[in-house]
Design a binder for this molecule. Structure first.
Ligand SMILES: Nc1ncnc2c1ncn2[C@@H]1O[C@H](COP(=O)(O)OP(=O)(O)OP(=O)(O)O)[C@@H](O)[C@H]1O
Length: 125
């Protein structure tokens, strides 16, 4: 609910529209999201080219979703930190750096998982 508003909760469809707006804003303002969407698209094309089995498809899709999810949450957290602490503050740095670390942990792990799935599909192990 919007603070101070006496309106009811938005409908499911309006909430979905706000979420789409959020994705649009993130894509417009964050270079990292564009890079991650690009890498995700390449992973999906490679998956289709390798004709992955359903379980492998699920793993690749989940990895893409988790990385993009983490980057979206990181972007939202950065906005909240900038709002709460526009000036330099060690806690602002801590929050942003830890949120960024969560994206990097997921990205590295997802890259490893992708390598394992693709190399297995290529019959390398
Ligand atoms: N208010 C602040 N106080 C102290 N350090 C800050 C503050 N804002 C940002 N920093 C430091 O600068 C770094 C870059 O901050 P910035 O807001 O530009 O994130 P970013 O580089 O856009 O992150 P991302 O690449 O994930 O979008 C942060 O990770 C943090 O270490």
């Amino acid at each position: 609910m919007i603070p101070g508003s006496d309106r009811d909760h938005p409908t499911f469809i309006r909430s979905f529209r706000f979420a789409l707006e959020g994705i649009g804003i993130a894509i417009k303002t964050e270079r990292n999201i564009k890079v991650m969407l690009g890498i995700g698209a390449v992973a999906l094309i490679v998956s289709a080219w390798l004709a992955l089995d359903p379980i492998s498809w699920c793993i690749i899709l989940m990895c893409c979703a988790l990385v993009i999810h983490a980057e979206l949450v990181n972007t939202a957290l950065e906005a909240v930190v900038d709002l709460a602490s526009p000036e330099i503050h060690p806690l602002a740095k801590r929050a942003k750096d830890i949120a960024a670390a969560s994206v990097y942990v997921l990205s590295v792990m997802s890259a490893l998982v992708g390598l394992l799935v693709f190399s297995h599909a290529l019959g390398l192990w």
